[in-house]
Design a binder for this molecule. Sequence first.
Ligand code: HEM
Ligand code: HEM
Length: 244
Amino acid sequence: MADLVRRNHWVVRVTHWVNVVAIIVMAGSGMRIFNAHPAFARPGERFPLNPWEGHAIPKWLTFGAWLGGARHWHFAMMWILVLNGLAYLVFLFLHGEWRDVVPRKGDARDAIEMLRFYLFLRRDHPIQGKHNALQKSAYFAMPVLGVIIVLSGLAIWKPVTLGFITVLFVNYKWARVVHFVAMVLLIVLALIHVFMVFAVDPYALRSIITGWYNRANSPEARNARPFYHLVAPRRSSAESETDA
Ligand code: HEM
Ligand code: HEM
C-alpha cells in the first residue's frame, strides 16, 4: 500500500517507551520522597506560594514503599532516564529529526490555526509535516522540561559538590520548587499527549510500536478533531464541487 510508511525509527520507539517507564517511576518515587516532608518551607519558615503546604500527595499516586525505598528507586532510575534521554536527543540531532520538533518561524501562526480547527472555527485541517504545530510545541517542551528536571535534581542531590548547579536555581529551596513544578508541567503535558493520541490519532500508536504508519489514516487526511475521527474521511475538493 503506497500510503504505508516507516514513521518512527527504532531508536525513537525504544527510547520513548523506556522514557515512559522511567518518568512514571521517577514521578512516583519523587512524590513519595516529597511526602516525607510535604512542604517547601523549612521549619519556622512560611511558603505562601504553595496553598497545599503541609498536605501529603495521595499515597496511590506515589511509589517506592518507604522514604528510603523511594530514594533508592529515584537514584537508580535517574541513570536510566538520563542515558535514555541523551540517546534520544543525540539520535534526533544526528538523524536530522530535530527538525520535526524544534519550533520554527510560522509555528505560532500554525498553532493558532490548529486551535481554530479544533474549535470548529476553521473547516479544513491545516497542512502539516510529521507533527502539527501544537504537537511540535509539546514535543519540544518535553525534553526542555526534562533538562530542567535533571539539572534541578542534580542541584538538590549534591548541593555542595555540585553547588555551581544549585546556584543556577538561586538556592536549594528554589531548586526543590523548580524540580517539583517542572515535574507537574511534564506530567500535565504527557497526560494531554496521551489523551490526544487516543482522541485524534489512535493510528499513530502503531507507529510508536512497530514504526509503520498509514498516511491515509493521518488526522490531516481524515480531517480529524478530538473524538471526531470516527466520521468519514475528508471529501476531495472534486466531490465538494459536485455537491455545490
Ligand atoms: C537526573 C535526574 C534526577 C535527579 C538527580 C533527581 C534528584 C532528586 C533529589 C536529590 C531529590 C530529593 C531527595 C531527598 O532529599 O531525599 C528529588 C526529589 C524529587 N524528585 Fe527528582 N531527580 C531527578 C529526576 C526526577 C524526575 C524525572 C522526576 C519526575 C518526573 C522527579 C521528581 C521528583 C519529586 C516530585 C521529588 C520530591 C520533591 C521534593 O520533596 O523536594 N525527579 N529528586
Ligand atoms: C511520560 C510520558 C510520555 C512522554 C514524555 C512522551 C513523549 C513523546 C514524544 C516527545 C514523542 C515524539 C517523538 C518524536 O517524534 O521524536 C512522542 C510520540 C508518541 N507518543 Fe508519547 N510520550 C509519553 C507517553 C505516551 C503514552 C503513554 C502513549 C500511548 C499510550 C504515547 C504515545 C505516543 C505516540 C503514538 C507517539 C507517536 C506520535 C506520532 O508519530 O505522531 N506516549 N511521545
